[in-house]
Design a protein around this ligand. Sequence first.
Ligand SMILES: [Zn+2]
Length: 456
Amino acid sequence: MPKRIAAICLTVLLLLSMLPQLVFAEYSLPQFVRIGLMHGNGAPKTIKVESEHGFLLGNYNQREFTERIQTEETSLTVSITDGTIQVLDAQGTLLDSATGSIGIKPNASGKEQKLRIDGVEYRGALDCIPDGTVMTVVNVVFLDHYLYGVISREMSPSWHIEALKAQAVCARNYVAVHLNKHGSAGFDLCNNVHCQAYSGTRVETKGSYAPVDETTRQVLTYDGKLAELYYSSSMGPTTEDVKNVWGNSVPYLISVDNSYEDTENIPNGVWSDVLTVEEATTIMRNKGYDVGDVTEIKVLEYTPNGRVLKMEVKGTKSKKTFERESCRTLFNTVTKSQMFSVTPVKEGETQQAVLYLTDGTKTGEASDLKKLTILTASGRKTLSGSALYASDGKTQASYAAVKKVAKTTGFRFDGTGWGHSVGMSQYGAKGMAEAGHSYVEIVLHYFPGTNLENVY
Ligand SMILES: [Zn+2]
């Protein structure tokens, strides 16, 4: 084949191979995200906003800002009265007011674009949205700048950079999958653990930037769609198939090897805790399962990876069976993961022997041996001593009138790992990174079958 034709063919092939990704990709990655900082019960009537660069005031249409007013004031008060948002400068002069939302952007760009809300520093800009008598305060921020603040909350920035990069990919995927999760309230994600914990620049360290910058615009996809990535602190020797935790099957959330995790030597890697019978009974009742006083907690079935799949809680009135994740969350004051065993804690208790009396027609239980009298050849006698003797004429056996028996006073849970055990183990990722694996190898190991792609 002539060289030129071969080159054309190669180009066409290359273009064709790029087409599905360019044309049919069912995902996108926004440049900015909207994070609810003050919302619901935490929504304020007034806030103080500061930036050394001055401000641009205007309007946000979702992620797009239109400027209306420019001011060199470095300190603004934003408040809401009778449904109208007002922006005042430090002297109390009205700069802007609106019955709708007002966007407030520091007059700076890139990493310099920071502002303080009531003293707490955030990157990006604000959108203040009226919500009755209060305002919802939204941080409109570059996706990667938001991730600077998230990654330090989810994994220690002192860890190996390849583990942090794997974490950055997980956090970015989370944002892309859950965009508009709080759409009805005017933002994408909230700032607490319901979505991802975020508290601005104060948690950023030197180690927060490179993992995000070096993976910018990268996401994991499966079958042309964004993958939903999960992670938890530690998991023991293997991760768990999602179907044994949340019930549904996902092709890339299956059980994989986790032997790089140094489970024995990490916080909460191996744990043991005791629940008293009273505590177990109270928890069951508070969660709406009235089985009476809890008498037994028994694992009925384990997953092939050694996690509890079915657990039975028996009480004096009835019993109840729990499956999958609920086996971990039911007694989550003691169980840190789904990988555990339960052993009853027994304590000795003094118990009287039971003596049955019969008059030839009916049999009854003697309630108190000490009150029992016996007719002997020398008259009526009270039973005493600690043993009774019975004889058939040839042999004689003694029966303890009082004996010690074991009574269940609680349940000991011995377990491995911390969290739901689906997807990436954070300590496992740390171990893989320290053993020389790249973040690409880490994410592709924990999410088998996915592809790491650049999204522009
Ligand atoms: Zn949320």
